[in-house]
Design a protein around this ligand. Sequence first.
Ligand SMILES: Cc1cc2nc3c(=O)[nH]c(=O)nc-3n(C[C@H](O)[C@H](O)[C@H](O)COP(=O)(O)O)c2cc1C
Length: 279
Amino acid sequence: MPDLTSLIREALMERFGEELKVDKDLSGLDGLARIAVHRVHRRYLARDVAPDLLRLLCACALSAPSKSDLQQGDILVIRDRAKRDAIAGLLPEMPWVSDAPVFLVFLANGRRLPEISRLRGKPFPNDHLDLFFNATVDAAIVMTTFLHAAEAAGLGCCPISVIRDHARVISDMLDLPAKVVPVAGMCVGWPAEKGGITPRLPLDVTVHEERFTESGLAGKIDAYDRRRAATRPFRNQRDTAHFGRSEFYGWSEDKARQYAVPLRGDFGAFVRSKNFNLD
Ligand SMILES: Cc1cc2nc3c(=O)[nH]c(=O)nc-3n(C[C@H](O)[C@H](O)[C@H](O)COP(=O)(O)O)c2cc1C
């Protein structure tokens, strides 16, 4: 029997650089430990995920809370090799999309609710930004719950938002109708390696007490960059042709370089073209 309190404390120390108190009598330590040691997996064994297991995990994922019980997050399962290859072909920089035995797409479904109103002969005066927002939030919660369920069963996952770089092609390929958009894909498979914990920003940056604060942000980010570089240094520097080589290349430099170029600027137009009203 592993010492769960030590496992949790050590994982969260590595993640946040903070010694957290974990009561050994707390119930559900095994569940907390699984969440604390989370890591995405991008390498998989050549072993299938049984359809019954996948269905069980989908059921667990869709047991997640849902805004107003509206149930606007859907899961689209892709096993068909030709379809998988077509998606993987759009994302050659991410070979794990082709390697994973199962690929899922989590969908924001803002279609069913107005359709239900129509079926019940009621008006639907709520075709505005909140419809898109609620459906997207529901889909994201379903996706996260799927990931935790899959990790509990020993599987490894990697969400794939890069499918939204090709939103229109993916939408056509999967026959997504009006008011249904992909939020993220997800590779699912049996992990081929253990993987490592990715450090996160310290809790005093992301957990706010009573009111929002940003005090000392630059110093805290710099300290995080250095803590993270000690265990998970970046192997490559992004876009050196534009930005040159940094002597110290931390997380904030990487994210600033990543977002120094326009990304997915056409996504709003795509969502509008799927008949979502974003006003
Ligand atoms: C919504 C979402 C989209 C993501 N999209 C991608 C992606 O397109 N490709 C990829 O390799 N990883 C993707 N990831 C995985 C993140 O890169 C990963 O979660 C992050 O680096 C932190 O690592 P960790 O989850 O192991 O802690 C995504 C994660 C989330 C939550």
